[in-house]
Design a binder for this molecule. Structure first.
Ligand SMILES: Cc1cc2nc3c(=O)[nH]c(=O)nc-3n(C[C@H](O)[C@H](O)[C@H](O)COP(=O)(O)O)c2cc1C
Length: 232
């Protein structure tokens, strides 16, 4: 399984989310390639709000940073995102990253490749907040058209991996193994969920009827999605 990982921070050995992600990767990657990107190093900018991407995503002022990440995500079978909880939500650099993919939401120009992917979202908190943090990521994944979304949110009761109790680490390992087995057991090719299909059809209706943004309508037309073609 080809995997692309986007880490929310550049912390490694001391990071609980990084260590949990490594255990998943060990279980899931087999002999295939794993490409890793670290925020904010690999995408350090905020969205400028210029709207260029809604006409052509290659005109984003940050496209130089985004291109290798996007290409890697499109090639991957599985995406992994990590996010420690920062004040109950994703760290700012994750939000900034996701903002750059607004054009790729289902209402605009979703990528065909996303409809066959699985994504694993990992979050840790010292005490609470993984639910709302995972939600931040999950919204984008759903609207990108990702077909299968798995979440792994845990409170680790520590400020970093060194301070997480050994019994908790052992329990986490068991839970990681269980979810890894579920992900690996998923029959392929991956088919879209009902929710993703429902979103696709409601946006298709909108484009056919209201034609809000000409660039979006041209995009859907060019792929035949307003006729008989489907992204799955
Ligand atoms: C700026 C900041 C905000 C945080 N906010 C929360 C919070 O709202 N709830 C919580 O339980 N932990 C919070 N934490 C703690 C981290 O979520 C927790 O230690 C997490 O496991 C860190 O992940 P990491 O080791 O991968 O960096 C915060 C930490 C930082 C640095």
């Amino acid at each position: 399984m080809k995997i692309t990982v986007i880490y929310a921070t550049q912390r490694k050995l001391k990071s609980s989310t990084y260590n949990i992600a490594q255990r998943f990767i060990q279980n899931l990657s087999e002999k295939d390639s794993v490409r890793e990107f670290f925020l904010p190093k690999d995408m350090p900018n905020f969205c400028a709000g210029c709207w260029n991407c809604f006409t052509d995503y290659r005109n984003c002022p940050d496209y130089g940073y985004l291109k290798p990440i996007l290409e890697s995500m499109l090639e991957a079978d599985m995406l992994i995102f990590t996010a420690p909880v920062y004040v109950y939500h994703v760290p700012g650099q994750v939000k900034a990253f996701l903002d750059h993919f607004g054009y790729q939401w289902m209402a605009h120009q979703p990528r065909k490749e996303m409809f066959h992917k699985q994504v694993l979202l990992i979050s840790t908190a010292a005490g609470a907040g993984t639910r709302s943090t995972l939600r931040d990521l999950k919204d984008s994944m759903t609207f990108w058209g990702i077909s299968r979304i798995y979440t792994f949110g845990r409170s680790v009761y520590g400020s970093d991996w060194d301070t997480v109790a050994d019994e908790r680490k052992a329990k986490l390992q068991k839970e990681i193994d269980r979810l890894s087995a579920k992900i690996k057991g998923k029959r392929r090719p991956i088919t879209p969920s009902l929710k993703v299909k429902a979103l696709f059809y409601s946006m298709r209706f909108m484009h056919k009827k209201f034609k809000f943004n000409p660039a979006d309508v041209r995009y859907w037309e060019s792929l035949g999605w307003l006729e008989k073609e489907r992204p799955w």
